[in-house]
Ligand binder design. Structure first.
Ligand code: UD1
Ligand code: CA
Length: 484
């Protein structure tokens, strides 16, 4: 089985100082997944036992890994961060396999093909150290340069490389496969850099080269070995990943109207024939069925949409279940524990939380439905509010099948509105409504006859009084001035 003779060490103790966020870069997400999990997942797929070196913000990183892998990943602490060579030296007592695979923790786009290729060539050539390289692109000058002169090979760190930028056109990716014996013999030979006072793992290449031992290199596309040292590189890597995901779903028959504006997380599914509009976000835990339409600016997270669901623009759906043929929005907000059943409709400016909306039922305009169970074929009028919170506790509203709730109702829970009943527009419902009844709860209308002319007359009288008052004041003012 692949991975049997290997163990992996992931370097994740660094301070992420170039990030300037105050957080370890390894907890930042790329397409919804924390950066550190890209490497631990990769090694778990390849059955390579893994140790992660932690230091800066170790608790946060450890928690993320344990949540994903249970106790399957080991940890070693690097108390103070003195460079990648020092980080590997801290793991010495954990080395028990023939070959030690070492990878920087900040390389989320590495594929399993790269690791398999590295292992194959390392074994074929019986190398003591093998490492992955890539091409200098003109913009990746912060990477270590691989400098060869016929017989010798070494990695010179960017800060210490004083040659022409175009001179050594191969860069070091940050993935190494090393024979355990060689690592044991040479890890303590690494000397502190005079420039940064750090111990560079990359110096092992020169140590092996000076002893004329076999060194093997494997080239990989730059996009797959991108290291993330700052927010710009994080953004660039996420673009690469996102493009990969969009291509994947396009190949499965999903149409993206304006693909470069769409954000997809890793842990999602989208069914064949679905159409995703401009600037839609499909976040982790979401499963979208076949032939769904998700229109622009909608955000869906941790939700299930069955087949043929339509989400109109600017809607938000979180932790909800939307059944076949239902429609949501525009401008709807569907929140946790909501189930919208078959063919039901939630319209504009409707917020729904902790609620079941039965099949073929509709709440089409300006409503809040919370802690409510609504049966089938029920119509919720515009402006309906279920008052589920009394300031202390949440209470439940039950509206059964075939009910007609008039516009602008406030329904004060706990309350049950039985099947086939009606409530009149503008009602405040505080008591249960029996089957087939009409509930009206509002003050009766009074018409005051001839009100308009009476109002006009009163206004004119008041105005005349005011005018004569102003005139009198003016006379007073002039006579006062005359007195002066
Ligand atoms: C490193 C390589 C460089 C290579 C580049 C590829 C060294 C000296 N240089 O540079 O040749 O081109 O990766 O991306 O290795 N870390 C620790 N403890 C430490 C320092 C770092 O665990 O004391 C961890 C970091 O958390 C990070 C990884 O090691 O995940 C690499 O460190 P980083 O500072 O990013 O190295 P680079 O400067 O990118
Ligand atoms: Ca790096």
């Amino acid at each position: 089985m692949f991975g049997q003779k290997m163990q992996a060490i992931v370097l994740a103790a660094g301070k992420s100082s170039r990030f300037q966020t105050g957080k370890s870069k390894l907890v930042e997400t790329i397409c919804g997944q924390e950066m550190i999990l890209f490497s631990t997942n990769l090694f778990s797929i390849l059955n390579i036992p893994t140790t992660v070196v932690l230091g800066y913000q170790k608790e946060q990183i450890q928690e993320i890994i344990n949540k994903k892998h249970g106790g399957a990943v080991n940890f070693i602490q690097q108390q103070e961060q003195h460079g990648t060579g020092h980080a590997v030296a801290c793991t010495q007592k954990k080395w028990d396999k023939e070959h030690i695979l070492i990878m920087n923790g900040d390389m989320p786009l590495v594929t399993k093909d790269i690791i398999m290729d590295l292992y194959k060539k390392h074994i074929e050539q019986d190398a003591v150290i093998s490492f992955v390289t890539s091409c200098y692109t003109g913009s990746n000058h912060s990477y270590g340069r691989v400098v060869e002169d016929g017989k010798t090979i070494e990695i010179i760190e960017a800060k210490e490389f004083h040659g022409q930028q175009t001179e050594a056109c191969t860069i070091n990716a940050g993935i190494y496969l090393i024979k355990k014996e060689f690592l044991q013999d040479s890890i303590n030979e690494i000397e502190k850099s005079k420039v940064t006072k750090e111990f560079y793992l990359t110096d092992l290449v020169k140590i092996a080269s000076d002893q004329e031992l076999t060194i093997c290199t494997v080239n990989a596309p730059f996009d797959q070995i991108r290291g993330i040292n700052n927010l710009q590189e994080l953004w660039a890597a996420e673009q690469v990943k996102r493009a990969e995901l969009i291509k994947h779903w396009m190949e499965k028959g999903v149409r993206f109207g304006i693909a470069h504006t769409v954000h997809l997380d890793l842990d999602i599914e989208v069914g064949q024939g679905s159409n995703i509009g401009c600037a839609v976000h499909i976040n982790k835990g979401t499963r979208i069925g076949k032939n769904c339409i998700i229109e622009q600016n909608s955000i869906i997270e941790n939700s299930i949409l069955e087949n043929e669901v339509t989400v109109y623009p600017n809607s938000i759906i979180n932790d909800a279940y939307i059944s076949s043929g239902a429609s949501i929005g525009p401008f709807a907000y569907i929140r946790e524990n909501t189930i919208v059943k078959e063919q039901a409709q939630v319209g504009n400016f409707v917020e729904v939380k902790n609620t079941i909306l039965g099949s073929h039922s509709k709440a089409k305009h300006l409503s809040y439905l919370g802690n409510t169970t609504i049966g089938k074929n029920t119509n919720i009028g515009a402006g309906t509010i279920t008052c589920n919170f009394n300031g202390v506790s949440k209470n439940k509203t039950i509206i059964e099948d075939n009910v007609f709730i008039g516009s602008n109702n406030t329904i004060v829970a706990p309350v049950i509105i039985k099947e086939d009943s009606f409530t009149a527009a503008g009602s405040t419902i505080t008591e249960n409504v029996p089957k087939q009844a009409l509930a009206i709860c509002r003050t009766r209308q009074i018409n005051k006859e001839n009100y308009g002319p009476k109002l006009k007359k009163r206004y004119q009288e008041e105005n005349n009084h005011k005018e004569s008052f102003v005139a009198a004041e003016k006379v007073k003012e002039t006579s006062n001035t005359e007195l002066l």
